[in-house]
Ligand binder design. Structure first.
Ligand SMILES: [Zn+2]
Length: 453
């Protein structure tokens, strides 16, 4: 398998490219066929993958300005964190072991009201971006307040991101007057010079229980007009489903469908309590679901019907949720958890096999974010978002099935190299171009103020 290799003869010079990554023990493309190559490599030109294939053929066709041997490594597409609130890293471990409502109302909302500002959101998002990059995550989908700051942090870190400005029918840290949410959304969108870059805007209706039908409709209309992702939390707890169903006479996903807010550029986070009819509605409309197993487990919210969603053809991504409810941004552990949770929940060892989970964490997540043509797999023409793992570790030997290893054995500390848009952001496990000590000092300073209060 060698895509887009130039035909060269003895007389033709090899085509110069920026990076030639060669001789990976394994290359997992995470494309539609989930191809696994031995001894494969990738040619990267600018921000894109120029070719993928056998290393000998790549050597013959290309000359890399920088060439790296990935012998002893596994090369894969960067992971996609399909749902998070990156700046909530500021509240990591602030309150644990509480029910969702109590956790939100007694810990999270007061801390957000007191401490969120453009500067703290920037610092918290940058910390999460650093954590994600070092853990092999090259794209994240965010939803929070002061999202201009989240966008700036993502730009500065070099990571790919879809950043969703939070919209809620109550006073919020960056919207003291909720009646002016439309102006807030417009101001947020106008802070972007374009909507198709590495960092893209989105609008995030917090949930159908905090955003009324009119809000949901105008936010989706604004998203449609600008061809950007619409996000919402959906059916995270049984209690909210009960209340919404009583209020609107129909279950939440069917209610959203009736409002016309579900389509291929709609992403629903959690989707824990979904009926069969709701699963069909999500499949029918093309809306994606970001599955967040560790957050759902930690908050005791329940187990999303992922095998049923997958069987119905719903586009599925995998997310960590914010660090206040997880408490990390580790997509390797999230894959392991997802693969095992549905086996024990359904008493079925065949549920959520490794391939399905890896797809959720890569191409599935990218598709759910509207980035299916851009990221999530190693294919010629796609953006060069790549991760190389060091296989020379005791917990990774022997290796019979690399996909199984990625889900059940590998961890984020195995990440050796990371590229986003063809730019190397992690080399030999260390962040490149990001001052880690400075970020940690800044966040620890904010945390001291939070702890004091
Ligand atoms: Zn969330």
């Amino acid at each position: 398998m060698c895509a887009n290799l130039p035909k060269t003869t003895r007389d033709e010079p090899a085509r110069p490219v920026d990076w030639l990554l060669l001789d990976a023990d394994w290359l997992i493309a995470c494309d539609a066929e989930m191809k696994c190559l031995r001894g494969g490599g990738v040619a990267v030109e600018g921000d894109r993958i120029a070719a993928v294939g056998d290393s000998a053929e790549l050597r013959a066709g290309f000359r890399g300005r920088t060439e790296i041997s990935l012998a002893g490594c596994l090369l894969m597409p960067g992971l996609v964190n399909a749902h998070t609130h990156a700046a909530m890293s500021l509240f990591r471990g602030l309150a644990d072991d509480l029910p969702l409502r109590e956790w939100l109302e007694e810990a999270v909302f007061p801390a957000e009201a007191a401490f969120l500002s453009p500067d703290t959101v920037y610092a918290g998002t940058l910390l999460s971006a650093l954590e994600m990059l070092k853990g092999g995550v090259t794209t994240f989908c965010d939803g929070y307040f002061f999202e201009e700051s989240a966008a700036r942090a993502a730009r500065d870190a070099g990571i790919r991101a879809v950043v969703g400005q939070g919209i809620i029918d109550f006073p919020a840290p960056d919207q003291p007057a909720p009646g002016r949410a439309r102006e807030r959304a417009e101001a947020f969108l106008s802070s972007f010079t374009n909507f198709t870059g590495r960092v893209r805007p989105s609008l995030f209706c917090h949930a159908p229980y905090t955003c009324g039908p009119e809000t949901l409709k105008w936010v989706k209309a604004m998203c449609r007009e600008n061809r950007i992702l619409f996000q919402t939390h959906l059916s995270e707890t049984a209690g909210e489903v009960e209340n919404l169903t009583a209020k609107f006479g129909t279950r939440p996903a069917l209610y959203l469908e009736s409002l016309g807010v579900l389509d291929e550029l709609s992403l629903c986070a959690h989707g824990v309590w979904l009926s069969e009819a709701e699963t069909a509605a999500l499949a029918r409309t093309g809306a994606g679901v970001a599955h967040c197993p560790e957050s759902n487990m930690k908050l005791g919210s329940g187990t999303a019907p992922v095998p049923l969603l997958a069987a119905a053809g719903v586009t599925l991504g995998l997310g960590t949720d914010g660090s206040a409810s997880n408490n990390d941004q580790d997509l390797f552990s999230e894959m392991d958890t997802a693969a095992k949770l549905h086996k024990v929940f359904g008493n079925d060892p065949t549920a959520c096999p490794a391939r399905q989970v890896l797809k959720m964490a890569t191409s599935g997540g990218a598709a759910a974010l509207g980035l299916g043509e851009v990221a999530g797999s190693i294919e010629a023409g796609k953006k060069a978002d790549l991760v190389a793992l060091n296989l020379g570790r005791p917990h990774l030997a022997p290796l019979y099935d690399p996909v199984s290893h990625l889900v059940y054995c590998a961890g984020r500390s195995d990440v050796r190299f990371v590229w986003v848009d063809g730019v190397q952001l992690v080399a030999d496990g260390a962040a490149v171009g990001i001052d880690e000590a400075e970020i940690l000092a800044e966040v620890n300073g904010i945390a001291r103020r939070i702890a004091k209060k």
